[in-house]
Design a protein around this ligand. Structure first.
Ligand code: PMP
Length: 386
């Protein structure tokens, strides 16, 4: 029954496979027995392997055990969970924070809390699958506007029925393009047309802004957006996700969000490691300095080679290839040069937008980045992309 569908996926060059890492996640790794430079991790600040995070995880495991044993509202709320929530609220300067098992679950919780059937959601076309699934789950009508297009969004706001409850949905930093949403313009439109704005800052958290508070800090508009979500599995190096905002929203989610209520609480080790991550963000700003310097070096190197790249402002550096088959060949050529940067193909990205999604971290050395650029040069020439 499934064979036919799998053959069809093969025919369209869209078959996916798991790659097994036998080592820590970067910057060099052993994947399927092959030593490569990893250019595909969201561990932007190298915190997944930071000694302080490991120590916090081990200590929490020794003290509380490996699993939390129940959902948060039954008996699964352990000290590290609440400590993390209070530290996140302090970090984001909000009244409260709520921890979720992952970003996917946070979005499945948040969308139905913010808007109900009869309401209208206006979402950027490139929003992450978890946002779209959350939108669907809410039962509200969903319209998309083309990526970052404020004029089109305004048009949709003007044409909707008067007083219709409306929610604008966007990512802060877009996960496959690395560009920032036009957040100041989105905030203005939301204010002017009495809509609410949800920002998923999965990729901005820890990375963007002077203190790593995210994309709203980068645009200096934190005081204009009352709530947001972000994840802990990327720059924070652990796992889980948070919603931060006013106490009323936090308590409403705690009482009603099904992906909070009906799931086992995250392991204490990951919550304790995230508390340590917050401390490292404060005490080691040099990690962000190194990240931005590596990012500039690789970005200008790739552009200098002549690759086509969208206007990214983050450590996500997409190299646009076009057709999925060609993107897969490019990834294989890079792999032969001991560089792992995977091809991203539809449906993750729009048709014709297949790409190599490169991510750079604070922990890559210049020598590694030079080897990556050399691999791109060789592979790009072979495929006549440059
Ligand atoms: N939102 C965005 C924008 C993401 O990129 C991701 C992860 N790829 C998620 C949400 C989901 O987060 P998690 O991996 O914690 O489920």
């Amino acid at each position: 029954m499934f064979e036919q569908e799998l053959l069809e996926i093969d025919r369209r060059h869209l078959r996916r496979h798991l790659h097994i890492l036998e080592s820590e996640p970067g910057p060099t790794v052993t994947i399927d027995g092959h030593a490569v430079i990893l250019m595909a991790s969201n561990n932007y600040l190298g915190l997944a392997t930071h000694p302080k995070l490991k120590e916090a995880a081990v200590e929490a495991t020794e003290r509380y055990g490996v699993g939390s044993g129940a959902s948060r509202l039954i008996s699964g709320t352990l000290r590290p969970h609440v400590e993390l929530e209070s530290e996140l609220a302090r970090f984001k300067e909000t009244e409260g924070a709520l921890l979720f098992g992952c970003g996917y679950m946070a979005n499945l919780a948040l969308l139905p809390a913010l808007i109900k059937p009869g309401g209208l959601i206006l979402a950027d076309r490139l929003c992450h699958a978890s946002l779209i699934d959350g939108c669907r789950l809410s039962g509200a009508d969903l319209r998309v506007f083309s990526h970052g297009n404020l004029e089109q969004l305004q048009d949709l706001l003007v044409r909707r029925a008067a007083h219709r409850k409306t929610l604008i949905v966007t990512e802060g930093i877009f996960s496959m393009d690395g560009d920032a949403a036009p957040l100041p313009g989105l905030v203005d439109l939301a204010r002017r047309y009495d809509a609410e704005l949800l920002v998923d800052d999965a990729h901005g958290t820890g990375v963007m802004g002077t203190h790593g508070r995210g994309t709203l800090e980068y645009f200096e508009i934190e005081d204009r957006v009352p709530f947001q979500m972000g994840t802990l599995g990327k720059a924070f190096g652990t796992s889980g996700a948070y919603v931060v905002g006013p106490s009323s929203l936090i308590h409403y989610l705690l009482n009603t969000a099904r992906s909070f209520l009906f799931t086992t609480a995250p392991p204490p080790a990951s919550a304790a490691a995230a508390v340590a991550a917050l401390e490292v963000l404060r005490s080691e700003p040099e990690r962000r300095t190194r990240l931005w310097s590596n990012r500039e070096y690789l970005h200008s190197g790739l552009r200098g080679l002549g690759f086509s790249m969208p206007p990214t402002v983050s450590p996500i550096l997409p190299v646009i290839i076009g057709e999925p088959a060609k993107a897969s060949t490019m990834a294989s050529l890079l792999w032969n040069h001991h560089v792992y940067a995977p091809a991203i193909r539809p449906p993750t990205v729009p048709k014709g937008g297949s790409r190599i999604r490169v991510t750079v971290t604070s922990e890559h050395t210049r020598e590694q980045l030079d080897r990556v650029l050399e691999a791109f040069r060789e592979a790009g020439k072979k495929l006549e992309l440059i």
